[in-house]
Design a protein around this ligand. Structure first.
Ligand code: SAH
Ligand code: SF4
Ligand code: F3S
Length: 467
C-alpha cells in the first residue's frame, strides 16, 4: 500500500512524486470501502481518471459502478461547453440526495470545472455537501487531501499548481492501448476556449521521462501508445532544450511500439519536420486530427486561430501528398459570435474540399471569462441548430464515403475487445482510426490482424479476419 507525496523542486519539471507506505491508521479507515468515479470530457480526463483510480485503490478503496454503493464519489469534470457543466451539476444533485441517506459519503469534484475560479466559489458558497475540490493540475493531492479531510469539516480546495509531476503510477484501463501525457495546459488562447484557464500554461514533460514511460509500456507488451497534449505540436517550446515534438515522436517510434498515435495537433505549428517523421516510420499511424473550427477567415481571426483557410488547405494538401493513405479528421464550431450564413457556407465549402474522414461538430457555447464571452452571442439557437444539422449531414456523407473506399479491401486492425452491440464480434481500429467490428475468436484480442471489409456505414465498418 502506497501513498504519493511530492517534492516541489525549484525547477518545476524536476518535481517528483514519491510513493510512501500508507500508515495502518489510514488503511483501517478506507480498506474495503467503495469508490464511484465518473469521467466527463476529453482523452486527457480519461487518462487523469487512471491516475485517480490508482490513488484510490492504493488507499484501499475498491471500484463500484453503482453510485448507490459508493462511500466516495469522484466526478472528473469537463468545462468545455455549457452542457458539460450542466450535466455535472445535475449529477451533483443526485450525490447530494444520496448524502442525505449516507452521512459519511465523501463527494469530490475534480477535472476542469474544479479549475474554474467561479465554479469553485459557487461550490464553496452553494454546494457545501461537496467535501473536496481538486483542479486538474493537482491530482496528486488527492491522497493527501483524503487524509486531511478525516479531521476537517470545511471544503478543501487545491487547484493552482503549475508543476510537472513525474513518476506517477496509473491504473490503466487497458493493457493494449496506453495514453502518455507529453505536456499539460495550453497557451493558444483560442477566444472561445476555457482550457487555458482550467489547465493553465503550457508545461512539457522532459523527453527522457516520456521515453522511460513509453519504454516500460513497450516492455510490458502494450500495442499502442497515444501521446497526449492539448496541442502536441507545441511540445518542448517551454523547455528550451533544443528538441521539439518531431524529435520526441521519432524517439518514441524507435522504441518499437507497434502503433504510435498523438492528439491533438494545432494547424498553426504543425511543422514539415513532423510530416517527414510521420511518413518515415511505419509504426506512426497515418491518422491526424487537425481541427479547423471554421472555414471563414473573418471568423478564424476572431477565434484567434492564427491561420487562414488557405494556410490550412496548404498544410492539409501537404499531409495528403506526403503521408500515404493518411486519414484526417477535424473539429468545427458553428454559430460563433457574428457568424453569418456566408461564413457558414465557407465552412461547408472547406468540408466539401477536404472530404474529412470524420468531424466532431459543436454549437458555440459561451464560456465565462474567455475573450469571446465579451463578444455578442448573436446567432440564434434555432439558427445554430439548423447549421449544425446541415453540417452534420455533409460530414456524415463524407465519412461514409471514406469508409466505403475500404469495402472489399484488406486492412490491419488492432483488436481491443468485445463489440458492445454484438457480443459475438470483436471491435478494433484500423491504422487510420476507423472502428471495425470483426467476426473472430476472442483469443485474438490484443492482436493486430488482417481483416477483409464487408460492410461500410457512416461510423463503423464490418469485416472478417483473414488467416
Ligand atoms: N486542444 C484541442 C481542443 C480541445 S477542445 C484543439 O485545439 O484541437 C475540443 C473541441 O471543442 C475544440 O476543438 C472545439 O471545436 C470545441 N470547443 C472548444 N470550446 C468550445 C466552445 N466554447 N463552444 C463550442 N465548442 C467548443
Ligand atoms: Fe482550446 Fe485552442 Fe488550446 Fe485547443 S488550442 S485547447 S481550442 S485554446
Ligand atoms: Fe473538457 Fe478539460 Fe478536456 S474542459 S475537453 S476535460 S481539457
Amino acid at each position: 500500500m502506497l501513498k504519493p507525496n511530492y517534492d516541489i523542486a525549484k525547477d518545476r519539471s524536476k518535481t517528483k512524486i514519491n510513493y510512501l507506505d500508507v500508515d495502518n491508521e489510514i488503511k483501517k479507515i478506507y480498506d474495503g470501502k467503495k469508490y464511484f468515479l465518473k469521467t466527463y470530457g476529453c482523452q486527457m480526463n480519461v487518462h487523469d481518471s487512471e491516475q485517480i483510480s490508482s490513488y484510490l485503490e492504493m488507499l484501499g478503496f475498491a471500484r463500484t459502478e453503482e453510485l448507490a454503493n459508493a462511500d466516495i464519489v469522484v466526478l472528473n469534470t469537463c468545462a468545455i461547453r455549457e452542457n458539460a457543466h450542466d450535466k455535472v451539476f445535475g449529477y451533483l444533485g443526485r450525490c447530494k440526495h444520496l448524502k442525505k441517506e449516507k452521512k459519511d459519503l465523501i463527494i469530490i469534484l475534480m477535472g476542469c470545472m474544479a479549475g474554474q475560479v467561479d465554479v469553485v466559489e459557487d461550490i464553496e458558497k452553494n454546494h457545501k455537501y461537496v467535501d473536496i475540490v481538486i483542479g486538474p493540475n493537482n491530482i496528486f493531492d488527492l491522497p493527501k487531501l483524503l487524509m486531511e479531510k478525516l479531521d476537517k469539516q470545511n471544503i478543501l480546495v487545491h487547484s493552482n499548481s503549475d508543476i510537472v509531476p513525474e513518476n506517477i503510477i496509473y491504473k490503466r484501463d487497458s493493457d493494449i492501448c496506453a495514453w502518455v501525457n507529453v505536456m499539460f495546459g495550453c497557451d493558444k488562447f483560442c477566444t472561445y476556449c476555457i482550457v487555458p484557464f482550467t489547465r493553465g500554461r503550457e508545461r512539457s514533460r522532459k523527453m527522457e521521462c516520456i521515453l522511460n514511460e513509453c519504454k516500460a509500456l513497450v516492455d510490458s507488451g502494450y500495442k499502442e501508445i497515444t501521446l497526449l497534449g492539448q496541442n502536441v505540436n507545441a511540445y518542448g517550446k517551454d523547455l528550451n532544450l533544443g528538441y521539439d515534438f518531431a524529435t520526441l515522436l521519432e524517439n518514441v517510434a524507435k522504441l518499437g511500439i507497434p502503433r504510435l498515435r498523438f492528439v491533438t495537433s494545432h494547424p498553426w505549428d504543425f511543422t514539415d519536420k513532423m510530416i517527414d517523421v510521420i511518413s518515415k516510420y511505419d509504426n506512426i499511424m497515418p491518422y491526424i486530427h487537425l481541427p479547423i473550427q471554421s472555414g471563414s477567415n473573418r471568423i478564424l481571426k476572431k477565434m484567434n486561430r492564427r491561420y487562414t483557410k488557405e494556410e490550412y488547405i496548404t498544410l492539409f494538401n501537404k499531409m495528403k501528398e506526403k503521408i500515404p493513405g493518411v486519414a484526417i479528421t477535424t473539429d468545427i464550431i458553428v454559430g460563433f459570435p457574428s457568424e453569418t450564413e456566408e461564413d457558414f457556407q465557407e465552412t461547408l465549402d472547406i468540408v466539401n474540399y477536404c472530404k474529412y474522414d470524420g468531424a466532431y461538430t459543436f454549437i458555440y457555447s459561451e464560456r465565462k471569462g474567455t475573450a469571446s464571452s465579451f463578444m455578442k452571442d448573436d446567432v440564434s439557437q434555432e439558427e445554430k441548430e439548423n447549421r449544425l444539422h446541415r453540417l452534420n449531414e455533409l460530414v456524415n456523407k463524407y465519412s461514409k464515403e471514406s469508409n466505403e473506399k475500404l469495402l472489399n479491401k484488406v486492412v490491419k486492425v488492432l483488436l481491443i475487445g468485445e463489440s458492445e452491440k454484438d457480443k459475438e464480434k470483436l471491435y478494433g481500429y484500423t491504422e487510420t482510426m476507423k472502428l471495425v467490428n470483426v467476426s473472430c475468436d476472442k483469443k485474438e484480442i490484443g492482436n493486430i490482424v488482417s481483416v477483409n471489409i464487408t460492410d461500410a456505414k457512416s461510423f463503423s465498418l464490418d469485416g472478417n479476419i483473414i488467416k
